[in-house]
Ligand binder design. Structure first.
Ligand SMILES: Cc1ncc(COP(=O)(O)O)c(C=O)c1O
Length: 419
């Protein structure tokens, strides 16, 4: 382990993040479990990429079969590519009929922003002030994690993110209108500084912001403001997409808004690197006219086979319904935990958040300790939110109620020793 860590630093460079005080060396995965190099088994409540379960045999088989047959790119005709694109666009119900496939969520969001530029002829983009949408030069301008060299570009405005414990406008009821008012202010500033308003990018469940407690109509005032200003609504579905929300396939449907562009990634092919941008034909035509676009690896026949098999498993194993049933049970069990450190528990399908505070102050150190202790007791999970004090549980979708019980029991015993 130490030797592997030293070699890793030596060859991958410094500041290459690892999880945990002693980095975990994972060897194998199956379903909702992974095993480390000592043979220890962990329940995986962190990884949303192996959406239908680690190393799902149907996905592995599809990748193997297609890799044995042919792997080229999207400049040749290929049945598997077109069929997958038809299947995926059919999952969207309001004229989002065309897509581009790429290799990562970052690339997808980069294209979404450029689609807004092409459609409006303007460059101003709005995001929240506590988010992450990816790592390209353009998309990092929206990220609140590390400012770009030279500071943020003036064509990006960041509006305060919604919050559960400290809601905009002073209450959860007032928060939707207060959020929309902040967006209007940002649009006015972009118009005044000459960039104009091209669009707003947001995750419809605000996953990286801390998965806040928002009712289904929360985004309506914000969407109205964006529309009135002739901007595009760009929904980043990298986290909530493909049924994680349980109630719906897409976060934007759960939040009752109709975006102009949707991006998907992480869970799309259960770990095979493919992502997509889905939009209306008029926006696609504007983008293609302005930029062309070709992606060597994006949406190749092997990627489409993996993505298609992933769709099959979600549908055949009723995993969206499972996310709903088990997610509701998870949120319910979590809300019954009673410890002074728990300030809020929230759930959107199989995405559960627990915000921890001590005397009204974010318990960031304690949250880190909880994540570490959970790992020691065989459960992988993480942290999110502005102060990294929101515990995050986001398991593969074949999660069962028995797994929930294991998490609750373990967390309960750890919280007894903390705070
Ligand atoms: C909401 C969101 N969008 C986009 C991305 C970037 O995706 P990728 O790492 O595939 O480029 C991430 C990654 O964590 C994300 O959480």
């Amino acid at each position: 382990m130490t030797d592997l860590l030293a070699r890793r630093v030596s060859v991958l460079g410094p500041n290459m993040p690892t999880f945990y005080n002693i980095p975990l060396h994972l060897i194998r995965g199956e379903g909702v479990h992974v095993w480390d190099d000592t043979g220890k088994k962990y329940l995986d409540c962190y990884n949303n990429v192996p959406h239908v379960g680690h190393c799902h045999p149907k996905v592995v088989e599809a990748i193997t079969k297609q890799a044995q047959m042919l792997n080229t790119h999207t400049r040749y005709l290929h049945e598997g590519i077109v069929t997958y694109a038809e299947r995926l666009t059919a999952k969207f119900d309001h004229d989002l009929d065309q897509l581009i496939m790429v290799c990562s969520g970052s690339e997808a969001n980069d294209i979404a922003i450029r689609m807004a530029h092409a459609a409006t002829g303007k460059t101003g983009i709005i995001s929240t002030d506590n988010t992450y949408h990816g790592n390209t030069h353009l998309v990092t301008q929206l990220s609140s994690r590390k400012p770009p060299i030279g500071g943020y570009a003036p064509f990006v405005k960041r509006v305060p993110s919604p919050d559960t414990l400290r809601p905009l406008g002073g209450s959860l009821e007032a928060q939707g209108k207060a959020f929309a008012a902040e967006i209007q202010k940002a649009i006015d500033e972009l118009n005044a500084n000459g960039h104009g308003f091209a669009g707003m990018m947001l995750c419809p469940v605000f996953a990286n912001e801390g998965l806040h407690d928002l009712d289904a109509s929360f985004l309506k005032p914000a969407a109205d403001v964006v529309r009135r200003a002739n901007g595009l609504l760009l929904c980043d579905e990298v986290q909530p997409g493909f049924g994680r929300c349980g109630s719906h396939w897409w976060g934007h449907d759960r939040m009752q808004i109709k975006p102009d562009v949707v991006t998907v990634g992480k869970p799309m092919a259960n770990g095979h690197p493919v992502a997509a941008v889905i939009t209306r034909p008029d926006i696609m035509a504007g983008f293609r006219n302005a930029f062309g676009y070709f992606n060597t690896f994006g949406g190749n026949p092997v990627s489409c086979a993996a993505a298609s098999a992933t769709l099959d498993v979600i549908e055949n194993d009723n995993l969206v319904e499972n996310a709903n049933t088990v997610g509701t049970y998870f949120a319910d069990q979590m809300s019954q935990l009673s410890h002074p450190i728990i300030a809020s528990t929230r759930g959107v399908g199989l995405f559960i958040a627990v915000e921890v505070e001590i005397d009204g102050t974010p318990a960031t150190t304690e949250a880190a300790l909880i994540v570490e202790n959970m790992k020691d007791k065989g459960i992988l999970m993480g942290r999110t939110g502005r102060n990294a004090n929101t515990l995050k549980f986001r398991p593969p979708l074949p999660f069962e109620k028995g797994h929930v019980d294991q998490v609750i029991e373990t967390l309960d015993s750890i919280l007894d020793t903390i705070g």
